[in-house]
Ligand binder design. Structure first.
Ligand SMILES: O=P(O)(O)OC[C@H]1C[C@H](OP(=O)(O)OP(=O)(O)O)[C@H](O)[C@@H]1O
Length: 384
């Protein structure tokens, strides 16, 4: 079978078949009527600033989508934070891109949601190791999307191997409860020893210590078993057994230190949210975050024609006319009509992405991460 998982292939996306049926009917109707007006269309989430910022990403795939199409596209840089107004603008004959709307919005909406949630986790523990562990919660075909969004928001790593091969980054992680089960209760030391003997020396020795006995007992046994080979322990305590999770971590820290294991790090995972990470960041060394990122709401972008044959137009509730968005010196997000005076301290945010079908922007993930973290500071991104 050529498509055993029934996923939409890249060829269908590029050819405009990954579209809502009514766009095909729109093409048939406009061609029948001999209409193909020159338009300006804008992608927005909120017409006016709301005071809440989101991370913009997915624009690399949008550039690929529009390559070779006879239109001009401007967009925010990858990783830019935004709050209202256009994040992307298309100019050209409407039928040059009509069917692309569905994929265009999909490429932006879900990844921007992932990246915004990942930024929340990142800023909940700025000095800690924070890893993306949520690939298991999404369809395998978008695992790379999740992991790229996590890296863009500044997370330190991720778990999905195939995504790592695409992104050019080594996937990481610790060990699953399944490994402990296969050795059985009472044989935890055998499991950790076998792991230490079996995996490459570059792999951190982080023992999972919450499977059968309490976290302190298993942590001390792991330290006694692996000695200086032990890099850390992972505590993934099920919520029904957590109680005062911070106290558990402090107790494990105390008992490890009391026995000379100050170098053994403590990692936490399991249903972690920014509000649960913040109280742990001074007692734990790292966090694995999954469902907070993968369960993020998509950013509700829509594409609206705002000018047609040079004249402003909009549907009720939307704002007509070609706009620009600016980062102001006080970290604000200013939206204004493009033909009006720009704010004196405003930095224009929309930049050329595609010109007459040619991609004219480079995409370096590290640059996007730097931009994301710098802008988060500039705007005072705070979801606490
Ligand atoms: O989605 P989140 O809840 O934030 O966490 C994702 C973590 C937690 C989960 O633990 P388990 O479900 O116990 O899986 P495993 O036994 O494989 O560690 C698994 O280790 C993932 O890496």
């Amino acid at each position: 079978m050529s498509n055993p998982f029934e996923t939409v292939p890249a060829t269908a996306i590029l050819e405009g078949d990954a579209t809502d049926a009514y766009f095909e009917r729109t093409r048939a109707t406009l061609e029948h009527a001999g209409k193909n007006p020159r338009v300006v269309a804008e992608v927005t989430a909120d017409q006016f600033p709301t005071g809440e910022f989101d991370v913009f990403t997915g624009v690399k795939d949008v550039a690929t989508l529009f390559e070779g199409r006879g239109v001009d596209v401007d967009a925010l840089p990858d990783g830019q934070l935004f709050d209202g107004g256009p994040v992307l603008r298309i100019e050209g004959p409407y039928l040059a891109f009509a069917e692309l709307e569905t994929s265009l919005l999909g490429f932006l909406s879900q990844p921007s949601g992932f990246a915004t949630a990942a930024l929340e986790a990142r800023l909940a523990a700025p000095e800690s190791l924070v890893l993306s562990f949520g690939a298991r919660h999404v369809h395998p075909s978008i695992a790379t999307t999740v992991e790229r969004a996590a890296l863009l928001a500044g997370l330190d790593g991720f778990s999905h191997v195939a995504a790592g091969e695409i992104l050019g980054r080594e996937a990481g992680g610790t060990m699953p409860h399944a490994l402990m089960f296969c050795f059985g209760e009472g044989n935890q030391a055998e499991a950790w020893t076998a792991f230490d003997e079996a995996v490459g020396e570059e792999v951190p020795r982080i023992a999972l210590v919450d499977t059968f006995w309490d976290e302190k007992s298993e942590s001390l046994l792991a330290a006694e078993t692996l000695g200086d080979d032990l890099d850390g322990v992972r505590i993934d305590t099920t919520s029904s057994r957590r109680g005062d999770f911070r106290h558990i971590i402090r107790e494990v820290r105390w008992e490890l230190d009391a026995r000379g294991h100050e170098d053994v790090d403590i990692f936490c995972s399991g249903g972690l949210e920014p509000e649960t990470i913040r109280p742990l960041r001074d007692v734990a060394d790292g966090f694995g975050v999954g469902s907070h990122i993968t369960g993020a709401d998509s950013v509700d972008f829509s594409l609206d024609i705002v000018e047609i044959e040079g004249k402003p137009i909009s549907k009720r509730g939307k704002l007509s006319g070609v706009k620009e968005v600016y980062r102001t010196a006080d970290g604000g997000h200013h939206v204004a009509l493009a033909d009006r005076e720009e704010p004196s301290d405003g930095e224009l945010l929309l930049e050329p992405l595609v010109r007459d079908g040619e991609i004219i922007r480079e995409f370096e993930l590290a640059d996007a991460t730097d931009r994301c973290l710098a802008d988060a500071e500039a705007v005072g991104f705070d979801r606490s």
